[in-house]
Design a protein around this ligand. Sequence first.
Ligand SMILES: Nc1ncnc2c1ncn2[C@@H]1O[C@H](COP(=O)(O)OP(=O)(O)OP(=O)(O)O)[C@@H](O)[C@H]1O
Ligand SMILES: [Mg+2]
Length: 263
Amino acid sequence: MGGKLSSVQGEVIIELSGVGRNYVNGSNQVEAIKGIDLRITKGEFIGIMGPSASGKSTLINMIGCMDSPTSGEYRLKGVNIEGISGSEKASIRNKVFGFVFQAFHLLPELDVASNVALPLKYSKIPKKEWESMVKKALATVGLDELGSRYPDQLSGGQQQRVAIARALVNNPDVILADEPTGNLDSATGQSIMEELLRLKEVYQRTVIVITHDSKIAGYAERLIRLEDGRITEDMQLSITSKDDRLINPFQISGEEESDEYIL
Ligand SMILES: Nc1ncnc2c1ncn2[C@@H]1O[C@H](COP(=O)(O)OP(=O)(O)OP(=O)(O)O)[C@@H](O)[C@H]1O
Ligand SMILES: [Mg+2]
C-alpha cells in the first residue's frame, strides 16, 4: 500500500513524487526515506506515526524545506522547490511553514512576546504590525495575559502554547509539529492537540503532527504510518467525537469496513 495517494478533494499544497533522502557518512549510507509519493491538501490534519528511525523527522524536515530530497521531486503549491535559490527557499519556508518541536525551543532570555515575534524578524512584515500580530497569536492559544513573562515562569504546556503561537504568528499555511507532546503529561498533551485541531477547524490551517502516542494520533483525520523509510499505511479517519479520538487509530485498520479510510 506504500506510496498510494489519498483521494481527498481540495487544493493540493504539498506533493512529493518518488522522494528519497540518503544520508552519507563516510562509507556508511542510510536511506532514511525511500521513494515516497504523498499529496497533502489544504486544511488536512495529519498524524504521522512509525517506529524510531523510520524517517518521520526526515520527512517532515523535507516538507518544511529545512532539508532537501536526494531523489525525486517536491512541489510546494505547484512549484518545484529544488529549482529555486537558497534565499528564495528560506523565504518560502518562513512564509509557508510554522514549526513546533518536542523541546519547545523558546529562548530563555526573551520574554514570551519576543519569542513569539521571532519569525517576524525573518519576514518582510513591517515592524509596526508586529505587536498586534503577536497579541493575536497569543490570544489564539489563550495566553494573551502572559506576553511579559519569561519561559521559565511558565508550565510545560504553556511553553508549548507559546511555541504554537510563535509557529502561527506569520499566518503560515502549514503547521509542522515533531512530537509536540513528547515532553508533556498525557492530559496536557491532549490539550495541545485540541489547540492544533482548533487551528485547523477555525483557521483552516494544514497541520502535520508526528507522534509516538496513538492517543495523540487519534486527533488526526488522516494517519500516515512510516516504516523503514516507506509509507506503509495512509488512512482517512472519519472520527467525530472526542471519545472516538482516544481509541487506537491503528486498531481501526484491522477491523471491518475499508470505507472507513480512503487509500
Ligand atoms: N544527519 C543525519 N546523518 C545520518 N543519518 C541520519 C541523519 N539524520 C537522520 N539519520 C538517519 O535517518 C534515519 C531516519 O531518522 P529520523 O530522524 O527521520 O527518524 P524518526 O522516525 O524521526 O525517529 P525518532 O522517532 O527516533 O525521532 C535514521 O536511521 C537516522 O539514523
Ligand atoms: Mg524524529
